[in-house]
Design a protein around this ligand. Structure first.
Ligand code: FES
Length: 152
C-alpha cells in the first residue's frame, strides 16, 4: 500500500502541508474555483490549479510527472457527468484516473493520492470542499515518498 501513516511533522521540522495539483476543466471546475474565491470560501492554499480545456485532455504522463516532481496529491475536476462540452471527455478522464490510482497503488504511493470530482461552474462550495477533503486525506497518508528523497 505504501501510503504514509501520519499527520506528524515532516522530517524537515515543519508540519506537513500537502501540495495538491488540481487539473481543472475550463468550463466547470476552474470557474467553480473562481466562484469559491469570489464568495470568500477558503480552500487549502497549497492547491495549484492547472487549466485544461476539458478533463478529456488529461494526460497520464503529466499526472505522473506531477508526482515525480513532488506533488503529494492530484485532484482532477471536470464537468458533471452528461454535461461535458466534449461529450465524453470527463468519462475518459475518470477511466484514466482509475488507471493511475491502480498504478500508484502498485508502486506503493497509494491510489487515493489522485481523485476525480465532477461539478458545475456554480458549485464553488463543492470545489472548496473537494479541495479540503483531498488535502486532509493526503495529509493523513503523509508526504509523497518521492519528494522525501529530494527535499531533506
Ligand atoms: Fe468540462 Fe469536458 S468540458 S470535463
Amino acid at each position: 500500500m505504501g501510503a504514509g501513516n501520519n499527520t506528524q511533522p515532516a522530517e524537515c521540522g515543519k508540519e506537513f502541508q500537502p501540495e495538491i495539483v488540481a487539473f481543472c476543466c475550463n468550463f466547470c471546475a476552474y470557474a467553480a474555483a473562481d466562484l469559491a474565491g469570489a464568495l470568500r470560501l477558503s480552500y487549502p492554499p497549497n492547491l495549484k490549479i492547472i487549466l485544461l480545456p476539458c478533463t478529456g485532455r488529461l494526460d497520464m504522463l503529466e499526472v505522473m510527472h506531477a508526482f515525480e516532481r513532488g506533488a503529494d496529491g492530484v485532484l482532477v475536476a471536470g464537468c458533471l457527468e452528461g454535461e461535458c462540452h466534449f461529450r465524453t471527455g470527463n468519462l475518459n478522464a475518470r477511466r484514466r484516473v482509475e488507471y493511475v490510482q491502480k498504478l500508484l497503488e502498485q508502486i506503493g504511493l497509494g491510489g487515493r493520492r489522485i481523485q476525480m470530482v465532477n461539478m458545475s461552474s456554480a458549485m464553488g462550495a463543492h470545489f472548496a470542499i473537494a479541495a479540503a477533503e483531498i488535502t486532509a486525506e493526503v495529509q493523513s497518508m503523509g508526504p509523497n515518498p518521492l519528494k522525501m528523497m529530494v527535499l531533506c
